[in-house]
Design a binder for this molecule. Sequence first.
Ligand code: HMG
Ligand code: MG
Length: 302
Amino acid sequence: MKFPVKVKLVDVGPRDGLQNEKAPVPAAVKIGLVHRLQDAGLLHIEVTSFVSPKWVPQMADNAEVMAGIQRKAGVRYSVLTPNLKGFEAAVLSRPDEIVVFGAASEAFSQKNINCSIAESIERFAPVVEAARAAGIHVRGAMSCTVGCPYEGDIAPERVAYLAGLMKGIGVQHVGVADTIGVGTPRRVQAAIEATLKHYALDDVSGHFHDTYGQALANTLAAMELGVWQFDTSSAGLGGCPYAKGATGNVATEDVVYMLHGMGVETGIDLDKLVDAGAYISDFLQRKPNSRAATAILNKRVQ
Ligand code: HMG
Ligand code: MG
């Protein structure tokens, strides 16, 4: 078995994690998390989303958060944009990358962005065109590539279909998301293989929620196919308000612990990363949802 020797992690905690919190999280705390993540060596951070504040009130401070970050050279800052309105607002914050987000499941597309898959692609097309004309990198998130909270199992053919549509409108990179964390290694591999019909390996990443405790195994399974880019969340934050019952993304700390143990480079300082996860967990008044972080924090007080 040949695994990548280097892996790039995108910490999506400030966006995927905090979008799902019930209690308001002040912009200053979100900025504090981003600063700690970049200090820990993260080179790519998904900061916020320019979505409707009626749909996701937690992200209403998007512009304030983007403006408050002291940017570090070499770090890429991404934001989600579901439509042109979102893109036009986002572009004022000078993101390095925008993310359009679709779904392999019709029902999830309707619940999450209030339109069909075909309509979503029509909405994304001008966003992608405008972003690329402005020199902004474009990523596409593909939700429900294994299972959907409304439709159940999703066949790999539907993932290939969505990936083909994303490719057709000029999306440069796609993330294969297991939104509700039901995937197991072989099923996640099938979703990735379907995506690879349209995208090169270097333009595909994994985004695995850990609802059933499979996300670390799924990460390794994706690496078995050569995938070397993953979205993860510090302290295992995460979830989608329109995917009830789904828990956080795989914890960045757990993935880094596994990768460093395998001799795979990430450029991340695990101790500083644990500090970042502890910072946001303290604010949220709970323990980090990461076994590695818990073990390291326990060891520190011994
Ligand atoms: P809609 O209601 O169909 O939109 O929502 P609309 O175009 O009819 O507009 C309705 C109102 O929203 C109007 O305001 C618009 O101006 C406003 P009003 O006239 O009523 O005052 N509006 C906006 N405001 C701010 N920013 C915008 C925007 N667009 C319209 N961009 C829409 C459609 C897409 C906007 C809505 O469904 C929405 O915001 N959905 C976002 C849902 C979301 O953020 N979900 C979580 C992120 S995805 C995720 O977590 C999955 C991922 O992690 C991968 C995985 O795990 O699967 C990425
Ligand atoms: Mg997600």
